[in-house]
Design a protein around this ligand. Structure first.
Ligand SMILES: C=CC1=C(C)c2cc3[nH]c(cc4nc(cc5[nH]c(cc1n2)c(C)c5CCC(=O)O)C(CCC(=O)O)=C4C)c(C)c3C=C
Ligand SMILES: [Fe+2]
Ligand SMILES: [Fe+2]
Length: 320
């Protein structure tokens, strides 16, 4: 019997405070994130060394490293275990874009692994050139071998089990609110932003985020009022709006006091959820009089999310 492999693509994050600056350097060197016509390496060197001290302080507040690495490894091992229960042999690898384990390592394992089929599965449910596009481009630069065995999955924003996994986390978070305010909660879907020029060039990311939000709300029968906003702006360009902190202020000014924040574009906890949403914007919420502010935990080791990944792999492989 043959064997198949799955490559899970993700962003990666620093595994120590010392790796914050080289991680940022790798990110700012990526032409799919910032396209600098000449001198991209110099640009990356300058921006990463300027930005690192601020970002190091943020990582200090969330345990000195990004939890994205441990959560991705957990997702990898859970998926591998589930796939191997089918009786066929599967190896699941992680390919991070900006930190370890780097994409090059996974490419080497696939080159030497003699696999029949390889499913390329991003841990980004929504396609953006800055995330999935960038990861696939990096793969094409690093992989040396036959191309015919690859099956690329580039988005799954309304996969039923992914939506169910989000709703399970939302329901768990609602339980954390005092019982008498649960019908007054506003659901705030917060996605990582992108520059607006990418949307104009046809990047489908923001449309797919909306599809996820609508599918979640439909599945929960529009249980609460809901809103979409965008976080984590970097640089001077115009980014998707409204910004998450502005949304919190706007809802407070309208007299709403109970907010449940759903990190919608992410499938695990990391700096953008654990620091930006849970620490930085909590201060914003406190200052403008929000009484209950809860940030949904990432999907992390959600069995429903692993089932979604499993389904995507099995349904995209040709029958044996
Ligand atoms: C999931 C969707 C993401 C999109 C779209 C995205 C676009 C994008 N990001 C930057 C710049 C930075 N992102 C950073 C961290 C970060 N970004 C994502 C996801 C998306 N990015 C994740 C999951 C993380 C967290 C990694 C971790 O360590 O925990 C950072 C580093 C942190 C910081 O300096 O604030 C930067 C920088 C741009 C410019 C961009 C689109 C052009
Ligand atoms: Fe980002
Ligand atoms: Fe950030």
């Amino acid at each position: 019997m043959g064997k198949n492999a799955v490559v899970l693509f993700n962003l990666g994050g620093p595994d120590s405070l010392d790796s914050v600056e080289p991680f940022l350097y790798n990110l700012f060197q990526d032409p799919d994130i910032f396209k600098i016509p000449v001198g991209q390496k110099l640009f990356a060197k300058i921006i990463s060394s300027r930005r690192a001290p601020k970002v190091v302080e943020e990582y200090k507040l969330i345990g000195g490293k990004s939890p994205i690495n441990e959560w991705t490894e957990r997702q990898r091992s859970m998926l591998e275990e589930k796939l191997n229960q089918t009786g066929s042999r599967y190896d699941v690898y992680t390919a991070m874009r900006y930190w370890k384990p780097f994409t090059e390592e996974a490419a080497k394992k696939i080159e030497s692994g003699n696999y029949d089929k390889v499913v390329m599965l991003p841990l980004y449910p929504h396609y953006s050139i800055t995330t999935t596009g960038s990861s696939f481009n990096e793969w094409k630069r690093k992989y040396r071998g036959p191309e015919d065995k690859f099956i690329y999955i580039d988005h799954y924003p309304t996969h039923e089990k992914y939506i169910a996994a989000l709703n399970q986390r939302i329901d768990e978070t609602i339980e954390r609110f005092p019982e008498d305010v649960r019908d007054k909660i506003h659901l705030v879907f917060s996605a990582h932003g992108t520059p607006v020029y990418l949307v104009k060039k046809g990047d489908p990311y923001s449309l797919q985020i909306k599809e996820t939000m609508e599918a979640v709300m439909k599945a929960r029968n529009y249980s609460h009022p809901y809103h979409l906003c965008f976080q984590s702006k970097v640089g001077p360009q115009k980014w998707l709006e409204p910004a998450t902190d502005d949304m919190i202020k706007k809802l407070a000014s309208e007299g709403h006091k109970h907010l449940l924040v759903i990190p919608v574009s992410f499938v695990s906890d990391h700096i953008e959820t654990s620091f930006e949403l849970d620490i930085e914007y909590r201060h914003v919420a406190d200052e403008c009089g929000i009484e209950n502010y809860f940030v949904m935990t990432g999907l992390n080791d959600s069995p429903l999310f692993i089932e979604a990944l499993y389904d995507l792999v099995i349904k995209n492989l040709p029958p044996e």
